[in-house]
Write a protein that binds this ligand. Sequence first.
Ligand code: ATR
Length: 481
Amino acid sequence: MICLSLTEKNLEENLLQYQKNRGLIDLAELRIDLLDASYNIDALKRFPSICDKPVILACRRKRDGGSFSGSERSRVQLMKKLLDSGFRYLDLEEDLTGSGLEQLAAARSIPVIRSFQDTEQIPADLFKRMMKIHEQGEIPKASVTPQSFADVFTLFRGREELKEIPQKIVVALGNYGVPARILYKRIGSLLTYCTSSGGTEKGSGHMIPEALKNLYHADTVTDETELYGIIGNPVMHSASPAIHNPGLSRLGLNAVYVPFQVDSVRHFFSFAEWADMRGFSVTIPHKKHVLPYLGNITREVKQIGSCNTVVRSGKLWKGINTDYYGFLHPIQEDIESGVVKKALVIGAGGAARAVVWALRNFGCSVTIVNRTFERAQQLAAETGSAAIEIDRYLQNLDRHPDLIVQTTSVGMEPYIDGDPLPGYQFNGEEIVYDLIYAPKMTRILNRAGQAGCRIVFGYEMLYAQGIQQFKSFTGRDYPQF
Ligand code: ATR
């Protein structure tokens, strides 16, 4: 079940959020500690009956990350007053005993969710504590904070240990916890929480209902669902889930593609074996780190020394570099028809390596310029290209290149005013290709476009590499929308 946590300051706004999201959720949790003091108790009592889905009553203390500012007595009194209002579950803290709330809830057949939270770690006695609560006849709820990918793996494996507890809730906080929140059924949790404002980017690991339901189909993921994903650190900003998940759904495949924040590639490979993954994408900083775990690599991976796609191939993991093909895709015809023979590549980092090798393998002559000249020289020596200092290049330009590829981070958000090739005068004949996709129109592309050049946007490469990845994962063409 997907549970929307209602965390607004007043009941009207909470109701609005409920109504906006009701088609995406199975139940809601009303956090009454977050309401400002002016709420009307009668309106609060009416709230669950206005909602057509079950509502959990929760009133968190400050020390548990809540906002209730009154005394403990008044908090208990308030919850007691609300027990006859139609709330379907009551959320109480693990250490709250002797309040009489349990008996009152039992008399009204309201199940108690017994919560505890650890914002630092996964407590060593997690399973013991949950079992104890279960033995009291209550639903244990553990909100824990994985600090590494190995911790997340512990939660997935812990499901086996906890299988004697049929009803339990496990919430993995923070960005490491995101896969466990999406794949909540795979960790054995009865439900997963979301908020209307989300907050993944803030590191909370919260997601919006739209993402959980429509992007990840979290409530339909079962043990049979094929698992794909992307590993990186950071990774929550990645556009790949928004490319792969709609494709998987459109083809009617029982599969999901999840972002995994990974600090240890070794642990992730153990997880991928354990979860019987068919493949995953790799982003910064792991494109080199995965190499020792691959039993089979393509020529491009070998040349570039980096891998952005890992697929299962029999008993081995195979490494592919779809950045290479994604880069080529928008300009393939221009290269094959001979329109592009001479290219200038700006930058000499990881992205530049894929670009230079792709161009060289297709017979283009390449000149590399880079802030750190030695890196340009090194890449040029490896790939049979030329390296030149930027100033010298600009001063001695006798013939304009057919293609300019911009691979550095200059001009990327938030530093959108950056120009990686200041002083260069376009003659309007060049194809100018910027690998940056945020913003779509970078400063250099804008300048080139105004000079009459054909421009190629970074998202074209992003999309093309994703589509090829999709095919490598599923064996199917990416669908038309
Ligand atoms: P990626 O894998 O995205 O290519 P990278 O390997 O860190 O990342 O390479 C970044 C590229 O952007 C390099 O060419 C880098 O130049 P240096 O080799 O001199 O570091 C270039 N780059 C990054 N910031 C830059 C800046 N402010 N000005 C010019 N070039 C920059």
